[in-house]
Structure formats: C-alpha cells, structure tokens
Ligand binder design. Structure first.
Ligand SMILES: Nc1ncnc2c1ncn2[C@@H]1O[C@H](COP(=O)(O)OP(=O)(O)OP(=O)(O)O)[C@@H](O)[C@H]1O
Ligand SMILES: NCC(=O)N[C@@H]1O[C@H](COP(=O)([O-])[O-])[C@@H](O)[C@H]1O
Ligand SMILES: [Mg+2]
Length: 392
C-alpha cells in the first residue's frame, strides 16, 4: 500500500522530546519535511525539525489548527498524552496516523491496552484490578495481595507509581497516584508485583507490506518506574524470545498499522509476562543508537514510509545509561563530556532540554563492550562523568 510513495513526505511529530529528536534526524537524512509539536518551546526535536509549533496536544482545537495549517501526510505521536479521539477524526479525513489512531487510543490509558491484551487476546499479564476511590483501592489491594504496584491509568515514565508493601501504605499510594495522574482521571490500576529475573523491551517492527520483524531483546533496569540503564542483547533463552515474539505479534496485529513498538515483558524463571507497550520508539531502545546498523528511529521511519528493512544487524554487547538532572535549573551546561568520551566505544547524546528538574532525563551515555557487564559498566561510568550545572 505505501511502498511506492515519493519522498519527501510531510511528517507531523506530536511530542518533541529526545525520542522525537532522533526520529527527526532519521527523517531528515532522507530529506523529509518535519513539523515538531510539543507543549513547550525549544523542545529537543524542535531543534532539528523544519519548523515547530507549541500547543496543548490534549486540546482538539489546537490539534485541528496545526493540522489545518500544515496538512501533513503523516501524524506521528511521540508521547501518550494526546487527544486521541481527534486523531481518529484526522485518520477518517485521510491522514495516516502512526501506527493507527485506534492504537494510540488503546495505549494512551493503561486500562484499555490491558483489557485488550488480557481479556480479548488472552495474554498472560500480572493479576490486576482497578480502583476509582481510596476505599475501593483498599478493597482491591486486599484482593490482589501484597506487595502490589499502584499506577494511575494515565501516566508514563513511572509518574505516580508506587510499590505497596502492606495495608498501611495504601492511602499514600492513592494520594501519590492521583496527584501525579495525567489529565483529570481518578482511576488507578493495581497490579500483582512480579518478582522477575529480568525485564525486557522487544522492539517489534510492524510493516505495511512485509512481515513483522524483531530486534534482539533489550534488558533494562528501572528505578521509580523510570528507565536507568538498558542493554542488548538481553540474556534470555531462545524459547523465551520466541514466546515474547509471538505475544508481541498478537498484540501489534490487534493494534494494526505500521511502525515500531516497544513491547515490555517481565521474565521470570519460567514465564514470559506481558506488561505494556509503546506504539512508537521506546526509551530503553536508545541503546540501538550504538548497537545496531539501523537504530529504532530509523526502523520506525522505514516502517512508516514503507521502505524496505533488508536486515537488522546487532553489533554485539551494548548498553545505555541515563544522565539525570538532580536539581531545578533554568539554563543548563554540561561538564565532564570530554572525560566520558575519552574511553573507546563510548558515545553521548545530550538532548538539549531547555530546563531541568530532579530526575529529568537530560542525556544518555552509550557503550559497547566485550560482554554485557563491561558494556553496562562503561555506559554507567560515562553517564556519571557528565555533570549538569547552571549555565551562567
Ligand atoms: N506489576 C509489576 N511488578 C513488578 N514491577 C513492576 C510492575 N509494574 C511495573 N513495574 C516496574 O515499574 C516499571 C514501570 O512500569 P510501567 O512500564 O508500567 O510504567 P510506565 O509509567 O508506563 O513507564 P514507561 O512510560 O517508561 O514505559 C516497569 O518497567 C517495572 O520495572
Ligand atoms: N517513557 C517515555 C519517554 O521516555 N518519553 C520521552 O520523554 C520525553 C518527555 O521528556 P520530559 O518529561 O523530560 O519533557 C518525550 O517527549 C519522549 O521523547
Ligand atoms: Mg513501561
């Protein structure tokens, strides 16, 4: 369907963070025209796009205005917090929404994608239920058991998420989830805590006119529900990889369209448990900036434009480690970059976010090594060398 299109295409990116920035670079390399949109000016992807717009992506009117102004060929969501009902309308008007408008609607809220995976497709997930008040959360927590994980149904990067060890922590978990929920949703999901051996992201590339293909699994470590480091390949059995691939194929087929998906799994001693997925490049997939011939952003672009992906070559033991802010800063400078780059097979990306607050991801260190441990150590060492200071 899409494989004889001409270039350039006009791409509208909804969300212009670090993932968008690398995607825009990939799109620009093939000469495409990109409009980067986000809630604030000078966002990372805006710095490399042809033009940019600052709007509320939760506002249908704002979305209508930018789409009417630019008439893009493709709308490519980069974050979850978008008025997805409006995307359905754009799709009906003939604009291609990636991967599909329905998929962005399914994945915007945890409950929708969970119901699809667990109830409709019968895929194994953590035991779960929902609560819409503190009283209900107390009852539901008892039913799921302790420890459990409480998350707002509308949030990402671990915002509002907590591990609840016993009854005494339920009230605090409710308050924290509601205070950090995106939009005005008062609904949380309570999940059985999975004591996994490793968690992985399986980058899954769904194409318009070619079979679904996969990257080598990426292992990752999270703190506060947010990614700290990732590595590829993840040390899991071939049998488990096949099982994860089959689940990823099932879910992405149900969502339809084309593009890359970051499909997250918990791997226990003997089970592969589906967690959630992003219908776009995944933060833990930034390791592919050093680990593959085509990184996850280039793969996303090729899948979107119906360009062939003849092979994905994995270059061996690779890792990424995040560079996080520790304080509130209005203007930023970095030190220690030269020291970090002095080691062989190390690279750094600084995203260019205009301001910082504690735990905000400002950059990432990338490394290759002779084994996974070495690659992880190198990436972490490089990340720790980079310091964020006030630029005055
Ligand atoms: N049921 C669970 N059992 C054990 N750990 C969990 C569970 N749910 C979440 N976690 C931990 O918290 C992390 C973040 O959870 P999840 O992916 O659901 O949140 P998120 O806010 O969507 O994150 P992101 O947007 O970065 O993908 C997981 O990667 C995992 O480390
Ligand atoms: N887990 C999702 C994720 O990593 N998303 C990435 O973070 C940006 C927001 O960063 P900010 O909150 O620092 O503005 C998003 O725009 C996207 O690139
Ligand atoms: Mg996640």
């Amino acid at each position: 369907m899409k494989n004889s299109m001409k270039l350039p295409q006009k791409l509208m990116l909804l969300g212009a963070g670090e993932l968008g920035k690398e995607f825009v670079i990939a799109a620009q390399r093939l000469g495409n025209y990109v409009i980067a949109v986000d809630r604030y000016a000078d966002a990372p992807a805006m710095q490399v796009a042809d033009c940019s717009e600052v709007i509320s992506m939760l506002s249908a009117d704002d979305l209508e205005a930018v789409v009417a102004k630019y008439k893009p060929d493709f709308i490519i969501p980069e974050i979850e917090a978008i008025r997805t009902e409006k995307l359905i309308e754009f799709e009906q008007r003939g604009i291609t929404v990636i991967p599909t408008a329905a998929a962005t609607n399914y994945t915007m809220n945890r409950d929708r994608i969970r119901e699809l995976a667990s109830k409709k497709l019968g895929i194994r997930t953590a035991k779960y239920d929902y609560a819409t008040s503190e009283e209900e959360l107390i009852a539901v927590s008892d039913e799921i058991g302790f420890p459990n994980v409480v998350k707002p149904v509308m949030s990402s990067s671990g915002k509002g998420q907590s591990v609840v060890k016993d009854k005494s922590e339920v009230e605090q978990a409710w308050k924290y989830a509601i205070a950090n929920s995106r939009g005005d949703s008062q609904k949380v999901i309570v999940e059985e805590f999975i004591d996994f051996e490793i968690e992985i992201t399986l980058l899954t590339i769904k194409q318009w006119n070619a079979p679904t293909i996969f990257c080598s699994p990426i292992g990752h470590r999270q703190e506060r529900g947010d990614y700290q480091e990732s590595w590829q390949p993840a040390e899991i059995s071939d049998e488990m990889i096949l099982s994860a691939q089959s689940i990823a194929k099932k879910v992405t087929d149900a969502l339809g369209g084309a593009g890359i998906f970051g499909v997250e799994f918990f791997i226990t001693k003997d089970e592969v448990i589906f967690s959630e997925l992003s219908p776009r490049p995944h933060d833990t997939g930034m390791v592919t900036l050093i680990s593959q011939n085509l990184n996850e952003f280039e793969l996303h672009l090729r899948a979107i434009l119906g360009l062939p992906i003849p092979n994905i070559e994995q270059f061996g033991f690779s890792a990424s480690a995040v560079i996080l802010a520790t304080e509130q800063l209005d203007s930023i400078a970095f030190t220690g970059v030269a020291e970090a780059l002095s080691e062989k097979d190390v690279d750094i990306r600084l995203f260019g976010k205009p301001n910082a607050h504690p735990y905000r991801r400002m950059g990432v260190a990338l490394a290759k090594g002779n084994n996974i441990l070495e690659a992880r150590e190198k990436a972490k060492r490089a990340a720790n060398q980079v310091k964020i200071i006030r630029n005055d």
